[in-house]
Ligand binder design. Structure first.
Ligand SMILES: [Zn+2]
Length: 237
């Protein structure tokens, strides 16, 4: 990430790319809300429309995503790739198009997981998005999988305590999914607490990410060195 720009008031854009609507809120709704509060442009791209479910669900998913977007301050866009059948090439194309349109400063997607544990669509999405982010030299974060954390190595934690209610509300928008065990309120809170414990924190709620690619503009170091020098000269005078 370009920390120089982070400190400026320039608007930053985060682009999330997930296979299914609801994949984005469980691991990242709190962080996305904090970003939108800080003035970031939050774009959520969903690869499928839930067409393996009944056609009624398809319309419902859009409405649910829009409702969640209002809470976390995000705009959604759906693609109609075929669930459980899309290729890495298709995701690469969609990702390239979205990057061209929104010029994101950061991309967040599924964590790549071995086929044995992960969802097929999540895995294909993770591989394709990682490929594009690497070629484009774009900062990339992987978010925590809902279950089966094997292979996920978080190295970045966001304190979402101040927005935990918004996170829970955003997840609650996906009523068509609330039969899933990991969408239940207790599971959401337990996982958020789990990450707090991972950090040795007794209280608070956290979201965990694995930073896959990050970069710092060289200006950051000179600006930092200059501020140190200023501090030092202030102390000496
Ligand atoms: Zn999913």
């Amino acid at each position: 990430m370009n920390y120089q720009r982070l400190n400026n008031c320039d608007q930053q854009t985060v682009l999330t790319i997930y296979a299914h609507a609801d994949d984005e809120v469980l691991p990242a709704a709190g962080t996305l809300r904090l970003m939108s509060q800080a003035g970031w442009n939050v774009r959520c791209l969903i690869l499928t429309e839930g067409n393996l479910s009944s056609s009624l669900i398809k319309g419902t998913r859009h409405q649910e995503a829009d409702a969640a977007g209002k809470i976390i301050g995000a705009t959604y866009e759906f693609y109609a790739l075929e669930e459980c059948n899309f290729s890495t090439q298709a995701v690469i194309k969609v990702t390239e198009e979205a990057i061209g349109r929104w010029q994101p400063d950061l991309i967040i997607t599924h964590a790549p997981q071995p086929e044995k544990y992960g969802h097929r669509d999540h895995e294909v999405c993770a591989i394709a998005v990682s490929n594009v982010a690497t070629r484009r030299n774009l900062p990339l974060w992987y978010s925590a999988p809902p279950v089966f954390l094997r292979g996920f190595e978080p190295n970045f934690f966001v304190d979402i305590t101040s927005v935990i209610e918004e996170k829970v509300a955003a997840i609650g928008c996906y009523e068509s999914e609330n039969n899933k065990a990991f969408m239940q309120l207790d599971a959401i809170l337990v996982l958020s607490r789990f990450w707090a414990r991972e950090l040795g924190q007794k209280d608070g709620y956290f979201e965990a990410f694995e930073i896959a690619r990050q970069w710092v503009n060289a200006n950051f170091f000179s600006a930092w060195a200059n501020s140190k020098k200023q501090l030092l000269s202030q102390k000496l005078t």
